[in-house]
Design a protein around this ligand. Structure first.
Ligand code: ZN
Length: 657
């Protein structure tokens, strides 16, 4: 591991807190040092209060901030004397400690201080860095761990035996540190937990962390215990390609166990498959977490015909900071599933949560594989795991969390997602908490959103093999499909029937009708596995009820699609799949309606643009967002008992009414 310190960059960060921000970000950039929510940093400084007096303050990482992206506002200023007095108390429950940490703040708007704030306060150096580095955990969690630590670091580290994070640990460190520390001390190691380094400048503390971890890495390398699991690399061909319905079935089983819909992501890359296919995978993975941060529960779930090792990997900070996890905290659903065919499957209440579990477990796989090579993997005693699980502080935080969004844990697929109504639908479903797959013939769909709950795929829906590829990627990303929004369509150039070319007719039918049949057919097996019942929204058209001259191909294709949807509604009711159709009209905020086109059309009716846009019974303008919101509503509980319906969203049309 190399120091990322750069003098020029560092010079742009003036002052204690700014320097603290800079090296915290450097730590955050090194995944072998800190994962999501893991690790924290501090600096001891002074602030002037309203009375003009100087106060000694510990600026410590606040909860909810990631080291990689932290700002000055992410550090909570705690009065040092308050923290140091807390460390002298005989006992303090963890919820009480959280309250006291808040009381120590000099700024009431600051984030909640890290639960490890007292640990930072008692260390007698200005800058303190703390990580749960992979290499350190690999050594501490192998046989003769403490002996090996002494062998590597000699008397440069104070070594604290394992205690659950919280007040008890702070108290123990306050007691043991002064007894063990000597002139050569540069850090403090917490067995089975992580490492503290410190110094009088941000650079010294940071570079010591890098050096100490590098020494542990070198030790592992000398003992053939580094890089023992394959790197995350090219995707291997699965031994037997799992049908997507199998993955959806697995997600359903996990969701049923959790009691709520869950996102399941499949990672079939080399590192994941190699680990999942180890002959000793059951033995090494069923022993508990890498650190108290990692895991809560172990449980296997049965899946017919497939060797599944389910491994509950939940994560204290993940639960604390992802509020809606209260149900999953207490449920028996696994967070990680290792499967010989699929590789690594990670589960979360949202796609982001599943991605965090993935990051954590990739580190866990490396640590376990390396520690196994070092002589064996030793996890924490079961009692400690239990304490982590029911850690009252975390429980207290969880109780404060609000209700999850309507579509949390669910997956929606939107066609024609790059623009207009489809684009608005993507935003609408994302806003309601769904993971969304956006599909469009335009490549713009790929980068429509940069977030882990969005997957954009460019695809020609008239080619069946491309639809299969879309569904395979969608199911591997999120585990299944709950909602399908069939929006893609074309409006061909106006042509009277007497002059309508066969090509125009066929092209219109192939996109507006045939592609939707294929999508419905191929999605059926997925939708019927949706925990709350599958939902399909068809974006129809006013033209179904009120066609216009010159639009025969479009009107006929939409009418046929509408009839297809009605038959599907009849056939799929027993599978709890609801299919409803929206009929928008005169939605002008889409790609085809440029200001010029709009002005020309308005002029041809002798209307102003404003009159033309609101030419309906209610005299209102209908936007893409209006249609998209209604599409989401149709998938929600309000319409739980409605199927086969047609709902206009057109401001009222005299020919339709
Ligand atoms: Zn820690």
């Amino acid at each position: 591991m190399k120091s990322l310190w750069n003098e020029q960059e560092a010079a742009q960060f003036q002052g204690d807190v700014a320097q603290r921000v800079y090296t915290s970000r450097l730590l955050g950039r090194e995944p072998a040092l800190v994962m999501h929510g893991g690790g924290n940093t501090s600096v001891k400084s002074q602030v002037t209060n309203i009375f003009g007096e100087k106060e000694s303050v510990l600026f410590v990482k606040g909860s909810g901030w990631d080291l990689e992206t932290i700002e000055a506002a992410g550090f909570a200023p705690c009065r040092m004397d308050h923290l140091l007095r807390l460390a002298t108390l005989e006992t303090l429950s963890d919820p009480q400690m959280a309250v006291e940490l808040r009381k120590s703040l000099t700024d009431v708007g600051a984030p909640a201080p890290s639960v490890e704030a007292i640990l930072h306060a008692i260390l007698p150096a200005r800058f303190v860095d703390h990580t749960h580095a992979d290499a350190i955990l690999t050594v501490t969690n192998s046989p003769r761990g403490e002996e090996r630590i002494r062998e590597i670091f000699g008397d440069r580290l104070v070594v604290i035996p394992y205690v659950m994070p919280g007040f008890k640990l702070a108290r123990l460190c306050a007691e043991l540190y002064p007894k063990q520390a000597g002139p050569r001390t540069v850090g403090m190691l917490l067995m089975n937990h992580g490492l503290f380094s410190f110094g009088d400048t941000a650079k010294v503390a940071y570079e010591r962390m890098v050096e100490l971890v590098t020494e542990a890495e070198d030790y592992l390398a000398r003992h053939g215990a580094l890089g023992q699991n394959a790197r995350r690399g090219a995707r291997l061909a699965p031994a037997t390609r799992a049908p997507i319905a199998d993955i959806a079935q697995l997600r359903r089983a996990v969701s049923d166990a959790a009691g709520v819909p869950m996102i399941l992501s499949v990672h079939g890359d080399e590192a994941a498959l190699e680990f999942a296919r180890r002959p000793d995978v059951r033995k090494i993975t069923q022993q508990g977490p890498a650190t108290p941060d990692h895991v809560i529960r172990t449980k296997r779930i049965p899946l017919v015909g497939r060797d599944v090792t389910a491994y509950g990997a939940a994560y204290r900070r993940y639960f604390a900071e992802h509020g809606n996890a209260s149900l999953t905290m207490l449920d028996p659903a696994p967070r990680v599933i290792l499967d010989q065919d699929l590789g690594l499957c990670t589960v979360g209440r949202t796609a982001k949560d599943a991605a965090i579990v993935e990051d954590i477990y990739r580190h866990t796989m490396d640590i376990i594989a390396n520690a196994t090579a070092l002589g064996g993997w030793i996890a924490l005693p079961p009692r400690d795991i239990f304490e982590v699980e029911y850690w009252d502080l975390e429980q207290a935080k969880l109780r404060k969390s609000g209700a999850p969004p309507a579509f949390a844990g669910e997956v929606a697929l939107v066609t024609g997602a790059a623009s207009g109504i489809g684009k608005a639908c993507v935003a609408s479903f994302l806003a309601q908490g769904a993971a969304v797959v956006g599909v469009d013939v335009s490549a713009a769909v790929v980068d429509l959103h940069k977030r882990r709950d969005y997957l954009g795929i460019a695809c020609d829906l008239t080619i069946e093999s491309q639809i299969s590829a879309v569904l395979e990627r969608a199911v591997n990303a999120f585990g299944g499909l709950d909602m399908l929004i069939l929006n893609a369509g074309i409006f061909p150039k106006s042509a009277l029937v007497a002059a309508l070319s066969s090509d125009t007719w066929r092209t219109t039918m192939s996109i507006n009708l045939d592609a939707n049949l294929v999508l419905l057919r191929e999605c059926h097996a997925l939708l019927r596995l949706s925990m709350r019942g599958g939902r399909v929204v068809i974006v129809g058209s006013k033209n179904v009820a009120a066609p216009g001259p010159g639009a025969a191909a479009y009107s006929a294709s939409k009418a046929a699609l509408h009839q297809l949807a009605r038959v599907a509604a009849l056939e799929w009711g027993e599978d709890r799949i609801r299919i409803n159709t929206l009929h928008p009209n005169a939605v002008f905020d889409t790609g085809i309606w440029t200001p010029e086109v709009l002005a020309a059309r308005a002029a041809s009716y002798n209307m102003s643009v404003e009159e033309y846009k609101t030419n309906n019974v209610l005299k209102v303008e209908v936007s893409s967002q209006d249609v998209a919101r209604l599409a989401a509503e149709l998938c929600g509980p309000l319409f739980a008992k409605t199927t086969g319906a047609q709902i206009p969203v057109d401001g009222g049309n005299i020919r339709v009414i």
